[in-house]
Design a binder for this molecule. Structure first.
Ligand SMILES: [Fe+2]
Length: 207
């Protein structure tokens, strides 16, 4: 068996078993009997860690998706890029690489240069995203506020929903802005970044 595989398995196992630790963050630990996997309009979320008000969700978005502008009034978060063609917006504008909080160590050769980069999204702060031909994956690192129990980040949602599955699953909302018949087909990159005048690169070449 490969030493590197053994080491990877050891680190993951210790991360899953750990308490808060300077070197190994807790992950892969979830409560019993919790609804951990959701799928809304092709977007899948999986709870990767939950402890009290803290939660980490892996969010997997299929190619050519639009996440319209929205906020989460009861969630304070950091969003960490994993990979794919994913451009976030914040306060109406695309988040560019210079806005990212970068990891301490440089990105390894051959990896997506934004893997491990993080952006801050405050409670209620408007954000959205556009996903290109390779799909997009990120981790949402959350603290749930105001006594609201952690569930799926999409359950606490003000703004433009991702589709009709999503609309029927939203639990907390003060302002839902359904576009047309509510499907992904109604959305363009402009719904994801309402103050922008230029689309992300792959969209510019396609539309
Ligand atoms: Fe969000």
């Amino acid at each position: 068996m490969s030493k590197r595989l053994e080491e990877l398995a050891r680190l993951m196992q210790n991360g899953a078993q750990s308490e808060w630790d300077e070197y190994i963050p807790p992950f892969g630990r979830v409560p019993m009997n919790a609804n951990l996997v959701r799928r809304y309009d092709g977007i899948t979320t999986a709870v990767w860690y939950r402890d009290g008000d803290l939660q980490v969700q892996l969010v997997m978005i299929p190619p050519w998706s639009i996440i319209g502008e929205h906020g989460h009034s009861n969630i304070d978060s950091f969003e960490m890029y994993i990979g794919g063609d994913l451009v976030f917006s914040r306060d109406g504008y695309w988040v560019v690489e210079d806005d990212d909080i970068v990891p301490e160590n440089p990105t390894p050769e051959g990896a997506n240069p934004r893997s491990g980069n993080i952006i801050r999204i405050h409670p209620g702060q408007l954000h959205g995203g556009v996903v290109g031909p390779n799909g997009g994956i990120f981790m949402s690192i959350q603290q749930w506020l105001n006594g609201v129990e952690p569930s799926c980040v999409g359950d606490d949602y003000d703004g433009i929903p991702v589709g009709n599955d999503h609309i029927s699953n939203i639990k907390i909302s003060n302002n839902l802005q359904v576009i047309g018949n509510g499907t992904q087909e109604e959305l363009t990159w402009r719904h994801a970044a309402t103050k922008e005048t230029t689309p992300p690169p792959w969209i510019r070449n396609t539309y």
